[in-house]
Write a protein that binds this ligand. Structure first.
Ligand code: F6R
Length: 243
């Protein structure tokens, strides 16, 4: 595992964007595993700037997002499909037909998960998986549990995740309580993993995830077993790593 310490959020984002850009330049038909949330927004902005400067071509890239809220339509401005379109896809030359997000409107969890597992399989595996880190150590929406879930599954979000997500919604009641997410197995099969972590609130969980015991109670701790993980943390998030 490599840990890169950045001075602040923008530097973290720039470094992450450079890693993703390098992946695309070296393999133009890369399959990227992408995340939503506050952490990747800056990296997506840098990728858009590189595209606008003519330095990056997304035309052969495939993307597979980690997760989607169950029950939200792609047109809902809180859906992760909407997030990806507005923060990245609408501004680059990616073929939208090759950008995948779980189908939040599929009411049958078994079908939704099976379909998305098939999509991941058909893409031939993920070259680079971008991850944020949840306050409780979740990756994707793999919440702390007694065992790791392998494939795509429907998850009941924990109270702490619902509370963290509520910052984006008008009212607490509107925050979805379930989501479809890639499993730990799908994430661990990615060839490279890039984790971006920002802010003092994540300092404790970052240390626990990468230097504590490997346990499904801290889902991100499983990344210690992956042989190509790069963590990019800003100063505040990395504050406890030297202790
Ligand atoms: C988002 C996702 C989540 C977030 C995590 C951190 O697609 O899968 O695991 O990466 O909740 O969220 P932020 O970046 O908002 O702190």
């Amino acid at each position: 595992m490599r840990i890169i310490k950045a001075d602040h959020y923008d530097q973290m984002s720039r470094i992450a964007a450079n890693h993703i850009a390098a992946q695309i330049i070296l393999k133009p038909d890369s399959v990227l595993g992408l995340a939503t949330g506050s952490s990747p927004i800056g990296a997506y902005q840098h990728l858009i700037s590189m595209y606008q400067a003519g330095d990056l071509d997304f035309s052969n890239v495939t993307s597979i997002n980690l997760d989607e809220y169950k029950g939200l339509s792609p047109k809902d401005d809180q859906s992760y499909r909407y997030f990806m379109n507005t923060h990245l896809f609408d501004h680059i030359n990616i073929n939208k037909a090759k950008t995948y997000v779980p189908d939040g409107l599929e009411a049958d969890p078994q079908k939704a998960c099976k379909d998305y597992d098939k999509i991941i399989e058909n893409c031939g595996g993920i070259d680079l998986q971008l991850l944020g880190l949840g306050n409780n150590g979740h990756i994707g929406f793999n919440e702390p549990a007694d065992a790791y879930a392998k494939g795509v599954h429907c998850v009941d979000l924990t109270q702490s995740t619902i509370e963290a997500n509520s910052r984006f919604f008008d009212s607490f009641d509107k925050v979805p309580k379930q989501a479809y997410t890639m499993g730990i197995g799908s994430i661990m099969q990615a060839k490279k993993i890039l984790v971006i972590v920002s802010g003092g609130a994540k300092a404790g969980i970052l240390k626990e995830a990468f230097f504590g015991p490997i346990t499904p109670k801290v889902p991100a701790s499983v990344l210690q077993l992956h042989n190509d993980v790069t963590v990019i943390a800003d100063q505040e998030a990395a504050a406890l790593l030297d202790q």
